[in-house]
Design a protein around this ligand. Sequence first.
Ligand code: BJW
Length: 249
Amino acid sequence: MNVADLLASSRHCVVFTGAGISAESGIPTFRGPGGLWERHKPEELATPEAFARDPALVWRWYKWRQEVIYNARPNPGHYAIAELEAMGMVRGVITQNVDGLHQRAGSRLVVELHGSIWRARCVKCGSVYILDKPVEEVPPLCRKCGGLLRPDVVWFGEPLPQEAWRAAVELASASDVLLVVGTSGVVYPAAYIPRIAKEAGARVVEINVEPSAITPIADVFIQGRAGEVLPRLVEEVKRRLRTRQALTP
Ligand code: BJW
């Protein structure tokens, strides 16, 4: 099955991304060699219990990650996805990432399943703060009530934002092609998205440097770096469309 042909004739392609799409921007993934969990145990940092125990420790980790992301730029993989959306080929992106790089690359419809590192939320009064740079004080406090702020992300044991989950399921269920990029596919409920798309009749195309938990249900697995494979794919799709235009009477 040729993926460029599949995309060029798709009417509702949706992209589902994980940390691997941002790896070539210099942002560490979670699992595997060099991943974030190699140095920090998830239960020590990405749980509500860890935050309750030591908010300053958790915030120091998030401040460090905010600094890495702040100094990073979207890579050719992010730009290729945005271009496919601008061409009318991609309906939207469902991402597990909290880094905001899809939006910075120009993607317009981005569903963030695990929140955003660029928002903080007061645990006492619920006020939400949009951040345009890394936090300064750690842990930061609410300007309205003095309560503790927390990163507005989804930790283990927490439910996903209802509206984001609803939008993601809607996009995936209506997709005819689901492009899965750079995720290990082990974190639920996000990892249900490829299954939801598949059951609704979509072809699942996966791009990853190595097989993942999604690979067994993928119709096509492209082994390679997202920042190299995706721009190549966009060029091939453009070529198909040009040929098609030239053949149209
Ligand atoms: C490249 C590349 C390149 C590298 N090019 N590719 C069902 C079954 C089993 C367990 C559960 C279940 N349902 C729930 C659970 C429990 C739990 C869970 O899933 N646990 C599993 C780990 C076992 N899930 C939860 O707790 C979720 N909540 C929940 O279910 O709530 C229920 C509830 C309902 C009602 C009331 C109360 C509760 C929440 C999950 C939250 C996950 N949060 C994190 C942190 C977010 C904030 C932050 O960033 O700090 O999300 S954990 C982390 O994992 C992060 C990621 O979004 C997520 C997924 O990781 P991802 O993106 O796949 O990254 P990696 O590193 O794993 O993989 C990178 C991939 O890229 C690799 O495959 C590489 O090969 C590849 N790659 N370079 C292409 N250049």
